[in-house]
Design a protein. Structure first.
Length: 139
């Protein structure tokens, strides 16, 4: 009993890791925001491929490319894909179309801007919140 009491007093008076060293506030949290950005960007790429599928279906049934509203009205898309902090714009021109996705708030919402046309190749690069181009690397 006396030995246990001496050991307990020695720990209490000398300090221990539990009381003298503060643990990290949230372990791993420093990598979390970057992981969230990467996840958002991945979902945006998936949304662009869904637009491609809707455009292909629309073109096959009507012989022309559709606007975002036309794709939604035709049932190709459930809703215009304006989620996850990106602005997505679809432009139909002549015998093709292009879709661009730009982060609404550069950094926390996303870093890369994306471009896709009727070929279905998604391209993306960090444009500091600016518009992407057809010459960006494949995402």
């Amino acid at each position: 009993m006396r030995l246990a009491l001496v050991a307990l007093m020695a720990i209490a008076s000398s300090g221990c890791l539990v009381t003298t060293t503060a643990p990290p506030l949230e372990p791993g949290v420093s990598s979390l925001p970057q992981a969230n950005v990467a996840a958002r960007e991945g979902i945006v790429i998936n949304q662009l491929t869904m637009v491609k599928q809707a455009e292909d279906m629309y073109y096959a049934t009507r012989g022309t490319w559709g606007s975002m509203d036309e794709l939604v009205a035709a049932g190709g898309l459930n809703i215009s894909p304006q989620q996850l902090g990106y602005t997505i714009e679809l432009t139909v021109a002549g015998d093709g179309y292009s879709v661009i996705a730009v982060p609404m708030e550069y950094g926390p919402k996303g870093k890369r801007s994306f471009y896709m046309d009727q070929t279905g190749i998604v391209r993306g690069d960090d444009h500091m919140g600016g518009a992407p181009s057809a010459t960006d690397p494949v995402a």
